[in-house]
Ligand binder design. Structure first.
Ligand code: BES
Ligand code: MN
Ligand code: ZN
Length: 483
C-alpha cells in the first residue's frame, strides 16, 4: 500500500474513493444530510455510510465514516476511522482511497495512515484460486487534512512499525510445515540487513550450556531446536545495559506425549506468537533506529510425540541448575522459557526482562480475547507496560503472583514441577517462569488470548495473526527508555 499525505484541496487521483471522516453530530449539508437521515448515520464510532457518487464530487464513490465525539477523537480513533474507510472500499474495484480527516493535527494524519497500513494486511501467499473480484483493489491511500509535510515527517517511525507488525503477522500465520525452528531462525537472520545482529545456537551449543529444559521439549521432533539472539545497539553508549525481550517460539505444539485433542489443534501453529512479537519488536527498533540497546531471545522448538519424546514424569535439569519434573509435556512453553530467560539474564545482565508467550488456555478463561495477562515482580515496569498498552490499543490486565500458589508447583522428587493443576493455571505458569529470572525486574505477558483473532472486532487487526505486543513494547521503549 502506497501512502501519501495531501492537501484537502489536492486533485483526486483517478479511480478513487473519497472517505469523509465525520464527528458525531457534526452538521452535514444538502444531499449528505438527506442520505444520513435516511440511514440512521449519526457519525458514531464505527459507522460507515456509502453514498456512491453524488453529483458535484470528482470521486467515483463517497463514504462517510463516523469518528465519534470530536472531544474524544484521538490517535487510535484516527487509526480506526481510516481503517474502517479502507474496509468500506477495499474491494470496490477502485484503486485509490482518500481519507479526509476532521482534524488538522499532523500526528493524527500519520496515525490514520498507520491505520490503513495495518488494516490492509493480508496473508494470501497460499491462495492460488481467489476470484479477482474478491481481491482488494486499493493500492494507494491518501490522507488529507492539515499540514501534509508535517504529517509526512511524522510518518517514518509509524511506517517502520507497520512493516514490523506485518513481519510478525507473516511469521505467526505461516503453517508449521513451512515455519519450523531452523526456518524461523533463517528468516530472523535475514533481518541483519536492517542492522540487527543475529546469532543462532543449535542443539549442540545448547547442550553445552546445559539447557536440558528447552532441549527436552524439542526431543520428540525431527526438527532441530534453535535459540536465536537478536541484538540492536542504538544507544549512544554501545555498552549501556540492554533491555531484554524473550519469546516463546513453539512452532507447533501437539502437546507431545500428553497429546492434545484433534479439535483446533491446527491453532498450535501460532504457538510461536511470543517469539514472533519479539522479532517484530527488534524489527521496528532497527527500522526506526531507536536510541536504545535491546536484546531479543527466541526459544524455538517443535513439541512432538515421537519415540524419543520426553515422557510425563521425566526429570530434566535446566541451565539454572534447578531440576524440573515434567508432569505434562503439553506445559512446554514454560520449559522453553526457563532456559531462555536464565540464559538471557546470565549473559546480558539486562535492565529488565519481558517475556511474551502464548502460554496458557487458562488466560483465555480468565480474561477472554481482548486482554493479555501481565504478570510482574516490578511495579515500575508494570506501569510502563500498562501506559504503553493504553496508548497503542493493545490491552493488558495485571494479574497477581501470590507466593503461596508456589505450593501448587512443588514436586515430590525435583525442585519444581511444570504444572500446578487447574486453579489459577496462568498464575502458576507465571510463577514457574519467575523461578528463572534470578531476581531481575521482569514481566511476563501471556498472549495466548490475543495472538490470534477469529473474529476480530478491531478494524486495524484483520482476522488471524494480530502481531500483539509489537506496538506496545515499541511504545514503551520509545516513551521510557530511549536516550
Ligand atoms: N500453547 C498452549 C497454550 C494455548 C492454548 C495457546 C490455547 C493458545 C491457545 C500451551 O502450551 C498449553 O498447552 N498449555 C496447557 C497447560 C496445561 C497442560 C498445564 C493449557 O493451557 O492447557
Ligand atoms: Mn502446550
Ligand atoms: Zn504451547
Amino acid at each position: 500500500m502506497e501512502i501519501q499525505f495531501v492537501a484537502a484541496d489536492a486533485a483526486l487521483p483517478p479511480k478513487s474513493a473519497l472517505a469523509r471522516i465525520v464527528f458525531e453530530g457534526a452538521g452535514l449539508d444538502g444531499q449528505l444530510a438527506r442520505a444520513a437521515g435516511a440511514s440512521r448515520f449519526t457519525g458514531a464510532k464505527g459507522q460507515t455510510l456509502d453514498v456512491l457518487a453524488p453529483e458535484g464530487t470528482e470521486a467515483q464513490r463517497l463514504v462517510l465514516v463516523g469518528a465519534g465525539k470530536a472531544e474524544a477523537f484521538d490517535a487510535i480513533g484516527a487509526e480506526h476511522a481510516a481503517a474502517a474507510a479502507f474496509h468500506a472500499v477495499k474491494a470496490s474495484g477502485l484503486e485509490a482511497l482518500r481519507a479526509e480527516l476532521p482534524s488538522a493535527d499532523p500526528q493524527l494524519a500519520a496515525r490514520a495512515a498507520l491505520g490503513v497500513r495495518l488494516a490492509s494486511y493480508r496473508f494470501d501467499k497460499y491462495r492460488t484460486k481467489e476470484p479477482p473480484e474478491k481481491k482488494p483493489t486499493i493500492v494507494l491511500a491518501q490522507v488529507a487534512g492539515g499540514d501534509a509535510d508535517a504529517a509526512l515527517a511524522a510518518f517514518p517511525p509509524l511506517a517502520a512499525l507497520a512493516d514490523a507488525v506485518a513481519f510478525t503477522r507473516d511469521l505467526v500465520s505461516e503453517p508449521a510445515n513451512v515455519l519450523y525452528p531452523v526456518e524461523f531462525a533463517r528468516r530472523v537472520k535475514e533481518l541483519e540487513s536492517l542492522g540487527l545482529e543475529v546469532e543462532i545456537l543449535g542443539e549442540q551449543a545448547m547442550q553445552a550450556l546445559g539447557m536440558g529444559s528447552l532441549l527436552g521439549v524439542g526431543q520428540g521432533s525431527a526438527r532441530e531446536s534453535q535459540l536465536v539472539i537478536i541484538r540492536w545497539n542504538g544507544a549512544a553508549d554501545p555498552k549501556a545495559q540492554p533491555l531484554a525481550f524473550i519469546g516463546k517460539g513453539v512452532c507447533f505444539d501437539s502437546g507431545g506425549i500428553s497429546i492434545k485433542p484433534a479439535e483446533n489443534m491446527e491453532d498450535m501453529k501460532w504457538d510461536m506468537g511470543g517469539a514472533g512479537a519479539v522479532t517484530g519488536l527488534m524489527h521496528v527498533l532497527a527500522g526506526r533506529k531507536a536510541k536504545v540497546n535491546a536484546v531479543g531471545i527466541l526459544g524455538l522448538v517443535e513439541n512432538m510425540p515421537d519415540g524419543g519424546a520426553q515422557r510425563p514424569g521425566d526429570v530434566v535439569t535446566s541451565m539454572s541448575g534447578q531440576t524440573i519434573e515434567v508432569i505434562n509435556t503439553d506445559a512446554e512453553g514454560r520449559l522453553v522459557l526457563a532456559d531462555a530467560v536464565w540464559y538471557c539474564q546470565d549473559r546480558f545482565k539486562p535492565r529488565f526482562m519481558v517475556d511474551l508467550a502464548t502460554l496458557t488456555g487458562a488466560i483465555i478463561v480468565a480474561l477472554g480475547h481482548d486482554y493479555a495477562g501481565l504478570f510482574s515482580n516490578n511495579d515500575e515496569l508494570s506501569g510502563a507496560l500498562l501506559a504503553a498498552s493504553g496508548a497503542e490499543g493493545e490491552p493488558l490486565w495485571r494479574m497477581p503472583l501470590p507466593d503461596p500458589y508456589n505450593r501448587q508447583i512443588d514436586s515430590m522428587i525435583a525442585d519444581v514441577k511444570n504444572t500446578g493443576g487447574r486453579p489459577g493455571g496462568s498464575i502458576t505458569a507465571a510463577l514457574f517462569i519467575q523461578k528463572f529470572v534470578n531476581g531481575l525486574p521482569w514481566a511476563h505477558l501471556d498472549i495466548a488470548s490475543v495472538a490470534w483473532k477469529k473474529p476480530s472486532s478491531v478494524p486495524t487487526i484483520p482476522e488471524g495473526a494480530t502481531g500483539f505486543g509489537v506496538r506496545l513494547l515499541n511504545r514503551m521503549v520509545a516513551d521510557r527508555y530511549e536516550a
